[in-house]
Ligand binder design. Sequence first.
Ligand code: HEM
Length: 135
Amino acid sequence: MQYVYIAVVGFHVMAGVFWAGTTMTMARDPEIRVERLLRPQMGAAMGVFLTGALLWYFFHGAYFGSTEMVLALGILTALAAAGVQGAVVGSASRQLADSDPTAHPRLRARMTMGERIAAGLLAITVLCMAVARFL
Ligand code: HEM
């Protein structure tokens, strides 16, 4: 069973680092073509939620103390980040594919703004995940 825990935590942290890391990178540099990374990011987000749910089932179950409160705050901000990326960045990226080139700067600015909001939310998630076990 120990190997299952190791695999699940390993995948969870790797996928989470990819998701949060690429989001923070794209929030810093509007020149990066966000639309090329959006699908892998959303795939990583899905992996993070699935493995996160497994971790909760393995180690926390129905117990809800201070550690779980901090984890829950991190989960909520991760959900909000995924929502912003799906709604704001995703819709702008779809419009980009069949829009006039004159509309591109406006759409790219919207995508960067979405990544900035998601990056702030994911920073809270990462902090909550890292400190929860000490509370
Ligand atoms: C950017 C997103 C995320 C990152 C980078 C991340 C990273 C981490 C890290 C580093 C840990 C600590 C592992 C340990 O100390 O053993 C952790 C624990 C945990 N994460 Fe996440 N996480 C993210 C999102 C999520 C989400 C969305 C969920 C739930 C759906 C979740 C559920 C959990 C749970 C339940 C634990 C506790 C495991 C334990 O008790 O040892 N995480 N996460």
